[in-house]
Design a protein. Structure first.
Lengths: 616, 199
């Protein structure tokens, strides 16, 4: 049985934050869950996906976050407890339904999780999604620890059901990807079949209806504020004239700092865990007893601005600071030492940080940047495109996935990346705005997510570019989740349909469609050349499963290659494809047999024909 | 309990996440509070993987630069690269078996001599234990057990204050039955080697 389905209240178990959140949802009796995977949220959905295979919990990987939220919205309006999770930028994709779903509300508990990524460990920006709660009018909870995340999601369902309103649960990477001991609680029974009761004056958002709904949303927010004032998640700790207002992981950094600095007897901390709507009265009460206040929050001055507004209303004139060049930054994430130093500086506490090590004479070490895996088919596709486009002045809009790494030399096939799906639509723009040759790249999962609409646009507006769809049969980057093009039987699951990318592209009206097997190098280059010569929209589909996935399901076995004596040291292999299995020993190129999987890309491009399968 | 802060650095695939989980389980057995954080995502495409483990009373789950009490490095150049996490009071345990980054392998980036790495680490910190964990892992039965060899070395130094028995029990709870014997032998080999590995 899945470890998160164990019905053993009181058991202590070490869980990843994301596992704790999944467990909390199950303890809350969640019946319906949807997502599009994205780091740092991916393990929540992975665990729910696994649990759905062993229970009556419904889970789906939806095509994108907008779809996920709309599917979830229907379930939550049919009386089922529903959970929809995504990474922070996914909420941008889902923002359209989000803003109006807030008007419509729900009939059963619905939690929307936004996993923010300060410091951008695996994201293209570090936007602060607390503003979505304020923007849309959604109650918001923010945990400070792994254990609290599990309890908070249960409360979030209760809160949502009371207010008949979706609740935003906002985490950051340091919650999602931390481990701590968690105590299992009771599991609430799941109600898995609902019924939708017609209610057009709530559910059909024509202007006349929505005008009323907006009024009701504001009433619900007033009610939510009353609840925030009394919520146990908004807590005051300690007494004294030095005030700290904080949230999320920063709360614990601040707690540690106050203890380390020995100012516990002079400091009071207000931790906001129910942070939209803000508990305005509670904040005013807190400020009354403070001489000065420091707001400790990663990201934007979300609380700081609200606290200053509350102070102004209450006529409290004390220094309230947070973001400033001397204190906290809006960039990146916080850490315990910087929070300690900033608190010390702001409150004038005597504190000398421990001397830093002098690292000036540490010898230089080459960086270890991430790289496409040995045997990754994207490398072969990028190489073939580069050869086919030799001599052309090209622009390569790339997209979000492992293949973004193609931007690095020597493959150098990424010039413009902004968000999921942007490769296709920006290719439209580049083709129109310039006379350069435009070659876009998009993965299969990303194509389903938001590449299709761009391609429809290209056909309709008669744009001019080549799109290469990297069909590797899985969502690779986030840890091998399915997508609509995946053969689910291959991973032992039945009951799924399958969308064929080639048929889809042809049906959209793309006139020049070709399919390559990227490890057949010469043939691929020739096929790509033809596509590049076509005036208009051409699509090349590169079909080859992700090597990690293929090996994981035993579809492929490693069959390493070696460099023989025929090598005359052209180094086309190393300089052209930069596979991590190459190394140089005593001036000669070698292949690491432990990591080479035998894709044979290098063997096909070697001018000496010097690379062949390793003889056992 | 006083707070002890441990950083583990490794190259993707070396098994540092399992090592962290074993230490977490050992903390439970020892009755010590523990919080850990790890970095996923892009880092796992052959990049550096770092875990921070905070034992004791502190509430934070990450460790600031200069504040690690112990640095456990699974690859010598990565251990050295993480020197900014150390202070003059930090105890360092490192593997000496190298996994050069790709750029170094193809002759396009510098990789210091292991002797030089050891010299710098010893000079700047409160003590260095350096062992060839890869050789010992192979002796135990598989290169995969390099993580457990290094746990053995860590426990031998006493820097963490955990008993050997607790960690052995944690290994029993956390490893797959098929690998248990190998891991127990790997732990023992690392434990023994650490006594001779003081630089």
């Amino acid at each position: 049985m899945h470890k998160l389905l164990t019905d053993s209240p009181g058991e202590q178990i070490m869980l990843l934050g994301n596992e704790a959140i999944a467990r909390g949802a199950v303890e809350a009796g969640v019946a319906f869950a949807t997502t599009y995977p994205g780091t740092p949220s991916s393990e929540i959905s992975l665990n729910l996906f696994q649990m759905s295979q062993e229970s009556d919990l419904y889970f789906e990987y939806s095509t994108n976050e907008k779809v996920a939220l709309e599917v979830a919205a229907a379930a939550a309006n049919s009386g089922l407890r529903t959970f929809c999770m995504m990474k922070h930028v996914g909420v941008n994709v889902a923002a359209d339904p989000l803003m109006t779903l807030a008007y419509v509300g729900v009939t059963a508990g619905m939690v929307i999780l936004s996993a923010d990524d300060p410091a951008m460990f695996s994201s293209q920006n570090e936007q602060d999604n607390r503003y979505y709660a304020k923007f849309g009018g959604l109650p918001m909870l923010e945990p400070s620890s792994v254990a609290e995340a599990k309890e908070m999601i249960k409360e979030a369902f209760e809160l949502s059901e009371t207010l008949k309103q979706p609740v935003l649960l906002r985490t950051t990477t340091r919650i999602n990807h931390s481990n701590a001991f968690v105590t299992f609680g009771e599991m609430k029974e799941r109600k898995t079949k609902g019924r939708f009761e017609r209610d057009p004056f709530r559910c059909v958002t024509v202007p006349a209806v929505s005008r009323n709904l907006h009024v009701k949303l504001l009433e619900r927010l007033d009610e939510a504020q009353t609840m925030a004032e009394a919520s146990g998640f908004n807590l005051v700790q300690g007494e004294g004239p030095l005030g700290i207002i904080t949230n999320g992981v920063s709360f614990h950094y601040a707690e540690d700092a106050v203890r380390d600095l020995g100012i516990e007897d002079r400091t009071r901390i207000l931790r906001l865990g129910f942070s939209n709507p803000m508990p305005d009265n509670m904040i005013k009460e807190f400020l009354k007893d403070c001489e000065k206040v420091l707001v400790v929050e990663e990201g934007e001055p979300f609380m700081e601005e609200a606290v200053k507004a509350s102070a102004q209303e209450a006529g409290i004139v004390i220094p309230i600071k947070g973001k400033s060049p001397e204190l906290f930054s809006r960039l990146s994430e916080y850490d315990p030492a910087m929070v300690r130093e900033t608190i010390a500086a702001f409150f004038g506490v005597d504190y000398t940080p421990a001397p830093k090590l002098d690292a000036s004479d540490v010898p230089e070490i080459a960086n270890r940047p991430p790289n496409l895996c040995s045997g990754c088919s994207h490398r072969a596709t990028f190489y073939a495109v580069q050869k086919a486009a030799q001599g052309m002045d090209v622009i390569c809009p790339n997209d979000i996935g492992c293949y973004t790494l193609g931007f690095m030399p020597p493959l150098s096939t990424g010039d413009f990346v902004i968000c999921m799906g942007s490769s296709v639509s920006s290719a439209c723009g580049f083709g129109q705005a310039t006379d350069q040759k435009v070659i876009g790249f998009i993965g299969d999962s990303t194509f389903f997510h938001s590449g299709i609409t761009g391609l429809v646009n290209a056909v309709f507006n008669n744009h001019n570019f080549t799109l290469v769809i990297l069909e590797n049969d899985i969502t690779a980057m986030t840890g091998h989740q399915p997508h609509p093009g995946v053969d689910m039987e291959r991973i032992g699951l039945s009951g799924y349909g399958r969308v064929n990318i080639e048929n889809l592209v042809r049906a959209l009206g793309v006139e020049h469609v070709s399919v390559i097997k990227p490890f057949k190098v010469k043939k691929s280059i020739d096929t790509i050349k033809e596509a590049l010569e076509f005036k208009g929209v051409s699509v090349v589909i590169a079909q080859e499963p992700c090597i990690l996935f293929a090996r994981g399901i035993k579809l492929k076995k490693a069959r390493p290659f070696e460099v023989t004596d025929k090598c005359t040291d052209h180094k086309e292999c190393i300089n052209g494809i930069a596979c991590p299995s190459f190394y140089i020993e005593e001036g000669r190129v070698k292949i690491d047999a432990d990591t080479c999987v035998g894709c044979a890309l290098c063997a096909q491009i070697c001018p000496d024909n010097a690379i062949r399968p390793l003889k056992k | 309990m006083e707070t002890t802060r441990l950083i583990i650095v490794a190259v993707g695939g070396q098994g540092n996440l399992l090592a962290s989980k074993v230490l977490g389980e050992a903390a439970l057995i020892e009755g010590v509070e523990v919080r850990m954080s790890e970095i996923h995502g892009m880092a796992q495409r052959g990049g550096v993987v770092e875990s921070a483990i905070v034992f004791g009373d502190a509430k934070s789950s990450i460790i600031s630069d200069g504040e690690a009490d112990i640095l456990l490095g699974f690859e010598p150049a990565e251990t050295l690269r993480a020197i900014g996490r150390c202070s003059a009071n930090t105890r360092v345990i490192t593997n000496t078996s190298t996994l050069p980054p790709f750029t170094v392998g193809i002759g396009k980036g510098p990789y210091p001599e292991v002797a030089e790495i050891k010299r710098v680490l010893k000079e700047k910190t409160a003590g260095l234990v350096a062992i060839d964990a890869m050789a010992l892992a192979k002796e135990a039965g598989s290169p995969m057990s390099v993580n457990i060899v290094l746990l053995g070395a860590l426990i031998q130094t006493g820097a963490l204050g955990f008993s050997k028995e607790s960690v052995v029990e944690a290994i029993r709870r956390r490893t797959k039955p098929a690998f248990l014997e190998m891991n127990l032998s790997a732990f023992e080999l690392g434990f023994k080697a650490a006594a001779d590995g003081v630089v």
